[in-house]
Structure formats: C-alpha cells, structure tokens
Design a binder for this molecule. Structure first.
Ligand code: SF4
Ligand code: SF4
Length: 648
C-alpha cells in the first residue's frame, strides 16, 4: 500500500531477503564503531548486496514499521496462495539454523511451493510460511504433508515445533510426536486435574483436532455469492473482498495513522475493521442466515464505519471497508427503505442550490434555534451543529463575471467545481482560479453534476451512478483534447479515480480517471516538469496541516506538503491526527455527534488548540475545516487559499 511503499526508504535494489542488525550501547561512538566494523566485515567477505546504515530515528522508525507490518503485507498478496502459518514457529539452536533452513526450504520446494521467511534469526527462530491456497484440496493435503516432514526435521535438529507463538489449534496435534508418549500422557493428566470438565481451551495442547480441521478460510465454492452493484472483480468478488481480512488486527492500533477511527474512540472490536469483516464473513460463510445481510444487527456493526478508507491505505491487506459498506447500505436500504435524512444528505447538491437561491433568508433560517431543534427532532440532524453557510454569490456566478488575469501561457485546465466549492465555500474556488491563472493556465469550468460521493456514502448507488455517467460523458471529450481535470475537494475528485471504475463499465471511465488530479498533484507535477513559475512571497505564519483521510489513503500528503513548501520560509507541521470525525454528513447526524466529536478530540483539536495565532491551520477537506471550526473555533484554510494569499 502507499503508506508502506513510502516507508521502504531503507531498501536498496531488489534484495531476496533483508537481515536487520540492531546495536545497543550508551555512546554514539561505540555504536558507530560496531556498525562500521560489521559493514566492513560484510563487504570484505562479499556478503549481501547492499549494506545500509539506518541511523536517523525517523528512518529507524520506518524499519520497524515495515517489520511489524511484514506479515500482514505478505498476507496481502492478491495470489490465491498465501503465506500460511502452521510450521512458522519452529526453532533450532542458532548455530544449526542455516543448515536446518536449507533442508526446510528443500522440503517446501519438493511440495511444489515456496515460502516467506521472517523474524528472529538471532535466536534460531525463523518464521517460515509456505504459500498455500487453503481453499484447494490439493494444498490442504500439501499442508498436512509439509507439517509431517517439518516436524521430523525439527526433531532431527533438536529443536522445538513452537518456539515463540505457542501450540494453539495449529500445532497441538503434533505434541505427542514432539514430546513423546510419556510426557504427553503427563500433560493430559495435568489438564484433567485442573480442568476435569474440559472447559478451559478445549482442544489445545492435548486432545487436539487434526491440522486441517476447523480452518478460518471458507472452502472453495462454499461462500455465499451475493449479486453486487459495484464491481468487485478486481478483489475476486464480494466474498473475497471480505475474506482479504486475515485477522491480524493492525486495525486495532490506537497510536498513529487513520485506521480505524471508530475503534480508536470506542475500543470495541465490533467497531474495528476486523470486527466488521468478521461479521460480514459470518454471513458469506453461511454461519448466519442470508437474511442477516440486510439485518439491523449488521447495520449496527457497520454504522460507525465512516468510510474514511483508512483501512484501504493502512491495513496490510488493503481491506476496503468503505466500498463494502456502500454495497451493504445499497442492499440494506432496498430491503428496509431509505430514510429521509439519507435522501436529504445524498441530494446535497440540490439542497445547496436551493439554499443559495434563497440566501440570505436560508442562512438565517438554518441558524435559527427553533429551526435547528426542528431539524434535530424531525430529521435527526444534530442541533449542536450549524449547517454550512449558503453563498450569496456562488462560485460559478463569480467565475462567469470575473476578468481573467493576463497569463503567460495559454495552457488550459478543467476545474471540477464540486458542490461545496460552488455553493458553500466559493472562496476556495476563487483562490484556485487565481492560483491556476497566476501559473499561466486558462481555467475551464465543465458542464457537470455532483461527483456522486454524497450518494455513495448513503448507499444510493443508482443515483451515484447516474451522476458518474453524466460527468464522464461531459469530461471525456475534454480529456481527449488533452486537458487535465483538477479539483480541490479530495473526497469529490478522488471519486473519479476510486469509485467511478467500480460503477461504470466503460473504457472512457479509465481515461477520465487517469487524467483527474487533485490540484496539488497537478501543480506539483507541473513543477517537476519545470512548467510552473509561481511567484510567491515569504510565509507570514507557520502552517499546521491536517490531511484528508481519502487523500492520505489514495494519494498521500506529499503533493500538498511539497506545494506548501514552495512558499519561501514556510514552516509546516503535519499533524498525525487521523480522521477529524466529521466524515461528510456523519458528524451532523444526531446519534453520531458525540462519536464524531470524540474522534476530533482524540488528537486534532488538541493539536490545533496548542498552536497560537502564529499558526495557520490548513486542511484540504471541507468537512475537516467545518469540524475544526466547530471543535476549536479556529478557521482552517484550504492549501490553495494559503498559496493564493502568498502570490506576489
Ligand atoms: S482489517 Fe484489520 S484484522 Fe483485517 S487484515 Fe486489515 S488490519 Fe488485519
Ligand atoms: S473505512 Fe475507516 S472507519 Fe471504516 S473500517 Fe475502514 S478505517 Fe474503519
């Protein structure tokens, strides 16, 4: 995934394996001496293809970040054969490890497969995971045979079958072989003495099932196939999209990143990505009745998923719960009806258009306390929230009237004027236009409709598809003429790339998607090709940057960061704030208000509040800016606004 790819800074070339050696000591000189001694030794004996000294703390952090995620990353392979753990924990005396592993490897190859190797070489415990497809009968037989051979090998080398992880369900069936009948009998007696009714972990250590019984994987042809609206073919089907979750639980991390905001604030398994995947797995495996797929119970499990795509970016196997949730909601609403509030939020474009036409009366109306109470009671829109402001002059009206500043070149670029820019925050559209014109582009506003994101997030997939088809129809000819489509609202513009291909089976979609960019990406790539000549004045304040979740998952923060760095003397800090908690309409919904605020309070609000007015808060997402203002009373700006303010 993007996040892991970015952190592979310590890998040179394309090595078959990496050996990490860590030195500890109390003086830098001693550490450097030891390190250099090792590097010289390896070079002298021509060992290894590259010798990388990782000295800076943030680089060391990258090493351990990748190491920790290594297993999940390997499990993330899209191949049917995955690295399976069943002989992964053998340990032999360290001095015999090389010889043992050579034989182990030969056994694996004799079985017609290969393996991944990782972990603790220094203590003779290399985790070896053969690649097998547990849905295939042949590979199940291979699994049993491999385990038999490897257990022989472990005995031959005087090792242990479970070096670190314990026996569990996978290895208990080998305990009699490993320990001998006498000891095994003693184990049984101890178990009986302390647990006569066999209620504590039955089937572990003694009286175990065979290796291939009770596997988590749903056997081939046994998963329930559900017709889907979205195209899940690249995941291998809807069931495969759910089964990608291998249960390793990285989504239960709480210290960094975005995944998974609902778990971070509730600490409840059911509100983690894994919890959701497991609930869905119970339906597709047939453990639960098919009608449970559209049940309130499953709705509740998915309810706090804010479709942030944190899992798509950070889960080592790229579980895309947002996409799964869109599909689920589509079926759920078909079965149970679409709530009025969802209909309203989905149709935000029409509501905004109406609000602007009636401004300023509409603004007065939605901020009047009695109206807010009525919205709360009858529509479930939290009265704690102020609905977004409707612009007196929409961005499109401004654009029609504005005089183009003279430009140096006549390149054209298409600006996708999303609904929020058009109706709620025209200042962002104005700043974007000024910036692009200052950079020498003529800005074209296309004929377009809402990107479809508000419909998608409510599972209104028919409506989202209609919008997507309209936009592709109108944008494709412009792309054909060689123009790029740029946008400023990450969740809108990235819909073209991430969701349109899943909704429309038309080659033109891929072309449009490939030519649609965040304005940050566009300007950065122009700069890299020496096409950008922005004249910017020195920074007056420092910048605290909060990233948008979809952007972090699909693009990363580098384009925005690089763009802001073009401002002379800019001092920028990116806050590891995770999700702001607003997530489109989620934070407006009465029953979600407290959770939404808890997500914001977790890190973001504190980061903002701890910076004085010398700091400008910068956030590309409109929802994030709303949440920051609501939670901290500080006004955040879009990065393009900041850049436009620094134009000479
Ligand atoms: S969803 Fe969570 S448990 Fe499942 S694979 Fe991803 S990080 Fe692991
Ligand atoms: S999309 Fe976000 S909220 Fe939903 S499961 Fe993934 S990380 Fe959690």
């Amino acid at each position: 995934t993007l996040e892991y790819a970015r952190r592979m800074t310590f890998v040179e070339g394309d090595p078959g394996a990496i050996l990490l050696v860590e030195f500890q000591g109390d003086s830098k000189k001693r550490l450097m001496d030891s390190l250099n001694k090792l590097i010289n030794f390896l070079k002298k004996h021509k060992l290894g293809t590259a010798h990388v000294a990782v000295i800076k703390p943030h680089e060391q952090e990258n090493v351990w970040f990748i190491r920790k995620a290594g297993l999940g990353l390997m499990m993330g392979t899209k191949e049917a054969r995955k690295p399976i753990g069943f002989v992964e924990d053998t340990a032999v005396p360290a001095e015999k490890l090389a010889e043992y592993i050579r034989e182990f490897d030969a056994v694996i190859r004799e079985h017609g497969t290969e393996a991944c190797y990782y972990a603790h070489a220094s203590v003779g415990c290399l985790h070896v995971r053969p690649l097998l497809n547990l849905k295939s009968k042949d590979d199940l037989a291979r699994m049993q045979s491999l385990a038999d051979h490897v257990s022989d090998l472990v005995l031959k080398y005087g090792g242990a079958f479970s070096g670190e992880h314990g026996d569990g369900l996978a290895r208990s069936c080998f305990n009699e072989k490993m320990f001998g009948p006498k000891l095994y009998q003693a184990f049984k007696e101890i178990k009986r003495a302390f647990d006569p009714k066999n209620i504590l972990n039955p089937g572990k250590i003694v009286d175990a099932q065979s290796l291939t019984e009770n596997l988590r994987v749903i056997p081939q042809g046994k998963s329930r196939s559900l017709p889907t609206f979205l195209d899940f073919s690249k995941e291998g089907g809807f069931d495969a999209a759910i089964e990608i979750c291998n249960g390793n639980g990285v989504c239960r991390k709480k210290d960094s990143g975005t995944m998974c905001p609902s778990y971070m604030v509730t600490s409840e398994e059911e509100h983690s990505t894994r919890g959701r995947a497991n609930a869905l797995r119970a339906v597709i495996s047939g453990k639960l009745d098919k009608k449970e797929f559209t049940s309130k119970a499953l709705y509740d499990v998915l309810d706090l998923c804010i479709a942030c795509k944190g899992c798509k970016g950070e889960c080592p196997t790229n579980v895309d719960m947002a996409k799964i949730k869109y599909e689920f909601l589509y079926h759920y609403h078909k079965e149970n009806g679409l709530p009025l509030r969802d209909r309203l939020f989905g149709n935000i474009e029409s509501l905004n258009r109406l609000g602007c036409a009636l401004a300023p009366v509409s603004n007065w109306l939605v901020s009047a306390l009695p109206v807010r109470w009525l919205l709360d009671i009858f529509f479930g829109i939290s009265n704690h929230r102020q609905l977004p402001h409707f612009a007196h002059q929409t961005f499109t009206d401004w654009f029609r009237q504005h005089k183009r500043s003279s430009s140096k070149r006549e390149n054209k670029v298409v600006l996708f004027n999303d609904c929020f820019m058009t109706y709620n925050t025209p200042e962002v559209g104005i700043a974007t236009t000024k910036l692009l014109e200052a950079a020498g582009y003529e800005v074209i506003l296309p004929e377009k409709r809402c990107c479809g994101r508000p419909f998608l997030s409510k599972g209104m997939l028919d409506e989202a598809k209609t919008r997507a088809e309209f936009n592709v129809e109108k944008l494709f000819p412009l792309v054909e003429q060689g123009y790029k489509i740029v946008g400023v609202e990450p969740s809108c513009i990235l819909t073209f790339r991430d969701e349109y291909p899943d909704m429309i089976n038309d080659a033109r979609v891929q072309t449009v998607a490939a030519n649609t960019l965040l304005v940050d990406e566009f300007l950065l790539s122009e700069n890299e090709q020496n096409n950008l000549n922005l004249n910017l004045k020195s920074a007056k304040s420092r910048f605290l940057l909060h990233g948008h979740c979809h952007m972090k998952a699909l693009v990363g923060m580098n384009p925005t960061l690089s763009l802001l760095k073009m401002i002379p003397n800019a001092e920028i800090e990116v806050v590891d704030s995770g999700c702001c908690g607003m997530a489109g309409s989620f934070g407006f919904e009465k029953e979600h208000y407290e959770i939404s605020m808890a997500m914001g309070r977790r890190k973001l609000f504190r980061a903002v509040e701890s910076r004085n007015d010398d700091w400008q808060i910068v956030a590309p997402g409109v929802s994030c800016r709303q949440q920051i203002e609501h939670g901290t009373a500080r006004k955040a700006k879009h990065p393009v606004e900041v850049l436009a303010e620094h134009l000479e």
